[in-house]
Design a protein around this ligand. Structure first.
Ligand code: IPE
Ligand code: IPE
Ligand code: MG
Length: 252
């Protein structure tokens, strides 16, 4: 079972094992260039490619990208439609290449409102890359951190109806086994591009002790250089997990 940062102390290396990214600023990138917002999303896909490659080269084990939040349905219909089409096109075009790079792809979120074709492509992509071990790439689509905690509780109670009578037996490690990313360690580093300093209902449970890095650059401009800047910042952090600096110094 995977360790929880609140239950035990994780090992922390120079390279984050798991990076979670809010890829923000596509719309503003395009608007600045007098282009439709959708042009920013198209360019955003290229940045995804760069990020996957750069993370693979640097030995990152898990990369999780927020592609569409449970609140993004509130956007104009044309933008939502374009995002769905782009998702389909990207899966059709990129899965083979990802697989050649040893990437295992998973999609987390409530996939039920997606059109059947998209659901099928996601299923096929997951199946096709299931044996890969170089990099675990997770796309969060129609994902919300609150949805995740709720669905975990619902699935837990379905599997273990007896717990309704002994709720005190529900602990962190039990509930977290039902979270949609139960296969991954908690993120070490969170990156949000686009200048906003908020979580926007991303992995709210799993970010409990993640180092949070915010950068003003827009997602379509993100690449290896920007990733290395985030890594440099990450290496400068002292991850205390509740302890004091003096305690950390004594361990060396
Ligand atoms: C992030 O960029 C991509 C998605 C939410 C799909 P935005 O579209 O939020 O870009 P800004 O924040 O409006 O610039
Ligand atoms: C968060 O970005 C979601 C994704 C990047 C997919 P938003 O642009 O939707 O977040 P808010 O609305 O500014 O908080
Ligand atoms: Mg945004």
């Amino acid at each position: 079972m995977l360790r929880s940062t609140t239950q035990s102390l994780p090992e922390c290396g120079d390279v984050p094992r798991h990076i979670a990214v809010i890829m923000d600023g596509n719309g503003r990138w395009a608007t600045k260039r007098f282009l439709p917002r959708t042009a920013g999303h198209v360019r955003g896909v290229q940045a995804v490619r760069r990020a996957v490659e750069a993370c693979g080269k640097r030995g990152v084990e898990y990369l999780t990208l927020f592609a569409f939040s449970s609140e993004n349905w509130r956007r104009p219909q044309e933008e939502v439609t374009l995002l769905m089409r782009l998702f389909i096109q990207t899966l059709e075009k990129e899965v083979r290449k990802l697989s050649d790079q040893g990437v295992r792809l998973r999609v987390v979120g409530d996939l039920s409102p997606f059109e059947p074709k998209l659901q099928e492509l996601i299923h096929l992509a997951e199946q096709r890359t299931a044996h890969n071990t170089a990099l675990n790439l997770t796309i969060a689509a129609n994902y919300g951190g609150r949805w995740d905690i709720l669905q975990a509780m619902q699935r837990l109670l379905l599997a273990r109806p007896d717990l309704a009578n002994t709720p005190q037996a529900i602990d962190e490690s039990l509930l977290s086994q039902y979270l949609s990313m139960a296969y991954a360690p908690e993120p070490d580093l969170f990156i949000r591009t686009g200048g906003e300093q908020r979580i926007s209902n991303f992995l709210i449970w799993q970010l409990a002790y993640t180092e949070l890095y915010f950068t003003d650059g827009f997602w379509p401009d993100f690449g290896a250089t920007e990733l290395d800047a985030a890594f440099d910042w990450y290496r400068s952090r002292e991850r205390r997990f509740g302890r004091t600096s003096a305690q950390l110094a004594q361990q060396i």
